[in-house]
Every structure is written in C-alpha cells, then in structure tokens.
Design a binder for this molecule. Structure first.
Ligand code: EPU
Length: 435
C-alpha cells in the first residue's frame, strides 16, 4: 500500500497576478546530458526544482560525474544551478531502475557513444501517454557507423573506431532522436546532416550550449542541421531557456478562469500558436520581449486545435486545450498527432463533467458552462496540471490524486497557484493498493 499526495482545488476560482516560469524541464534535462561531452566542470543555470532533474542528476552520478545543486535562496527556490563535474572516462551504463523513472535518460546514449565508443542504456519502454519508439535514434546512430544491438532490455551501441559523419533523414521530426544524433555528431569525424530535424526551442537551446562548448553547428531551429565534428569540446556555463509548457499552462488557466495573468521568464514567441488560439477564443493577449499577459472577461469561444511538432501546437499543452474546450461556448475538435495515448486522461475529465467523445486521434469536446468537482487522478505530468486547472472551473472541491506526476515537471505549482489568488492545498491522499 502506498500513500500518495493529492491537490485539493476549490472551484469557482479566478487566476490573477504575475507568475515567473523557471527553465524548461525538456531543455535542462538534455543540457545536463550534453555536459557529458566535455571532461571538466559545466554549470547549467535556471534549472527547475523538479523530480525529473533530480533523477537525471542521479543518472549522471552513476556515470561517475559529481553533481551539485547550488541554490542561492533558503533551499526552496524554484530554480537552481547544477554543477556537473565530468570525469575523463565516464561510465557507460544506465540502468533500468533509473531509465524507467525518466525516459529522458536515453539522452545519454548519443553523448556517451561519441565520447567512449560504447554505451549500454536500458530501453525505456512506453509510458502513460503512449508507445514511444527508439527506431530513429538507433537508425541514425547506425548510419554514423555504430553497431547497435538489443539484449535483455538494454540498447547496446559501440563504435570502436569512432563515429563518422553521415546524412540522416528522420521519418518524423522526433525531439529525442534529433537531440541524440546531434550530441553524437558533434564529436564524429566529418560532417553530419540531419534532415527533417526537430525545430523545438529546446533543440536551439542545446545547439547554443554545444556551440559555446566548441561544436560547429549550422541550421539550429530549421529542419536541416549541419554539424561538422570536432575532436574535443570544453565545459561551459549555460542558462536553460524558460519553460514554454508551464507558461502555456498559466496562459490557458487565465483563459479558462476568466482571469488576468502575466507570465514572465519566457519568450512569448515560443507560444505563438497557443496564444493565437487564445485570441481566437476571445482573450486579450499582450506580448513583451520576455513575458506576456493573458486577460479574459467572458466565457471562451470554442476553438479547434491540432497538435504538431514545433512550431505547431505543442502536444504537451493538449490537456490545457481540452480543458479550455470543456468550458467554452460551442464544440471544439481537438486532434492529437504525436502520442497515441494522450487522450487517456479524458476519462478523468469526464469525472469533472466534461463532455468529450474521442475517436482515434480526434476528440470532440462540447463546452459546459461549469464543470463539477470530483476526485480524479493525474496520469502524467501535463494531464495532472490540466486537471488542477480544470478543477478551478468546477463547482465544489476537486481532489487530484497522484500529484507526484505534477512534481516531475512543475516546480512550485501549489505556491504559484496560491500566489495567483486561488484556494488550493496539498494533502496526503488516502492509502492505495497498487493492483
Ligand atoms: N518516435 C518513434 N521513434 C523514435 C522516436 C520517436 O516512433 O525513434 C515517436 C514517439 O513514439 C512519439 C513521437 O515520435 O510518438 C514523438 O516523439 P519525440 O521523440 O518527438 O518525443 P520525445 O523526445 O520522446 C519530447 C518531450 C515530451 C514531448 C515530446 C514532443 C522530453 C524529455 N520529452 O519527448 O515531453 O511531449 O518531445 O514534443 O523532452 C513532457 O514534458 O511531459 C513530455 C512528454
């Protein structure tokens, strides 16, 4: 039996005020992996205080790195610095007990293979948002001359004579595959071209760090990355970009609760499509260089949403799009194109009274004036945050269970909600039997 925390949300609330987002989880995790590419002391700043970062620190420690967190506050600040001291000869094995807790551990595959010529990383398997393949990571590394086998749940890659540059066409602009191949290519012999590469801001962030380390990369933020390998890289200090998904969560929260929220610490250009949808829904959106404000004073109008790789609408904001649609006037068609299990959480939304019908990768959502508070359960990071925000639009109390999912990606979530003026608290949940 396990006791898991839950968040209690008191409905009929309105988000109002200012909130600062920390560095992006999906940048900081990969920047930490990129540090493996150079022996010595790299420092990543603006790192969010979340569970996934702690697990990545554990992965790096087990590879022989010394990892220290530096916090200039009272030990509870939402952002920290992480200092990673990488040995001349890092370890080459990442175990299943860590990889199953953090799929992003697979990001050590490319850097370790490039530096050590051998790596053994547990296969992460799927998770609550769907099956998540590795075929593009593997095919790309094989193109660069690696021998790759799978054995006892591990991916084993070796390139005794070193990796060599190659032209790689990705079937799909996968974020993880682009990152792994990029981090392998920076130390390969010759030129690598990755076509149909992912264009997410987090990819540009890694390219910026790698370039500061001495890598030669052209085309960051476009579909074609051209990387000229260099013999060695040097450690650096690099700040992670702001978290666009956390920022988008607050933006949609403001729209759904007829609130007024200013979000700082984020380039609003990372959220162009998501913010444009809010304008169509009737919000007033004002963008500055490193912040934006979303104001809403009426019931949102329904908008259709299609998730796509960046610069399309982010799949990680899908629960927020469903939440918005659930309280909007009219019906919305929401289409998910990235993960096959992303709609799993709609059963929990149905417990809050949302009217959602799914068919394959489409969902039709008919908006309701108000949702109705109920006990629900977070199934993944983004669904968890989405359920809490939906609870703000519900009559009565909503208890969101399994909030350890939210802790994986949202530093300071409850404190931020309180600072935005809503009544919410974290409590120990009932004991549960895991069947
Ligand atoms: N895919 C394959 N084969 C591959 C690689 C990917 O079939 O070799 C498929 C996946 O199964 C999936 C799709 O391609 O259906 C997209 O996967 P991608 O590789 O782009 O995603 P990822 O690297 O696994 C990252 C983020 C996710 C985010 C996606 C899409 C990290 C740690 N994770 O995952 O973030 O949803 O990109 O933007 O960067 C989250 O933060 O909550 C989260 C799930």
């Amino acid at each position: 039996m396990a006791c898991v925390d839950q968040i209690e949300v008191f409905g009929g609330a309105r988000l109002a005020g200012e909130v600062r987002v920390a560095g992006a989880k999906n940048s900081a995790l990969k920047l930490m992996a990129a540090a493996l590419l150079a022996p010595g002391r790299s420092v990543i700043t603006n790192v969010p205080r979340i569970t996934d970062i702690a697990i990545m620190a554990e992965v790096l420690s087990r590879l022989g790195c010394t990892v220290d967190f530096v916090d200039d506050g009272d030990g509870s600040a939402p952002v920290r610095e992480v200092v990673i001291d990488v040995p001349e000869r890092p370890g080459t094995e990442a175990d299943y007990d860590l990889v199953r807790r953090l799929r992003a551990s697979i990001a050590v595959l490319g850097p370790l293979l490039a530096r050590c010529g051998y790596v053994r990383v547990a296969h992460p398997g799927g998770d609550a948002i769907g099956s998540r393949g590795l075929d593009m990571h593997v095919a790309g590394l094989a193109r660069m001359g690696a021998d790759i086998t799978g054995e006892h749940g591990f991916v084993i890659a070796s390139a005794a004579g070193g990796l060599r540059g190659a032209t790689i066409w990705l079937d799909f602009p996968s974020v993880g595959a682009t990152e792994n191949l990029l981090m392998a290519a920076v130390l390969a012999k010759g030129v690598t071209e990755i076509d149909n590469a992912a264009r997410e801001p987090e990819i540009v962030d890694i390219c910026d760090m790698l370039t500061a380390m001495g890598a030669r990369i052209e085309g960051a933020g476009t579909s074609t990355l051209r990387i000229e390998g260099v013999p060695a890289l040097r450690p650096v200090t690099h700040a992670a970009i702001g978290d666009r998904i956390v920022a988008g969560t607050w933006a949609y929260g403001a729209a759904m609760t007829r609130g007024d929220v200013t979000v700082t610490g984020i380039d609003p250009g990372f959220l162009d499509v998501a913010l444009d949808k809010l304008i169509t829904a009737g919000c007033d959106v004002h963008k500055e260089q490193n912040s934006f404000r979303v104001r809403m004073d009426a019931r949102p109008r329904s908008v259709d949403v299609v998730t796509l790789p960046y610069p399309g609408f982010a799949t990680d904001l899908l629960p927020m799009a469903i939440g918005l649609a659930s309280v909007s006037e009219g019906a919305s068609l929401i289409t998910e194109n990235i993960f096959d299990g992303r709609f799993m959480f709609v059963n929990e939304m149905a417990r809050l009274g949302a009217d959602i019908k799914t068919d394959g990768h489409h969902a039709v959502v008919r908006g309701r004036e108000r949702l109705s508070g109920a006990p629900v359960r977070a199934t993944d990071i983004r669904a968890g945050a989405g359920l809490v925000i939906a609870g703000l639009c519900a009559e009565g109390v909503t208890q969101v269970g399994h909030v350890h999912h939210i802790d994986r990606g949202y530093p300071n979530f409850v404190a931020d909600l309180r600072a935005l003026g809503v009544e919410v608290r974290r409590v120990a949940g009932p004991e549960e039997i895991d069947y």
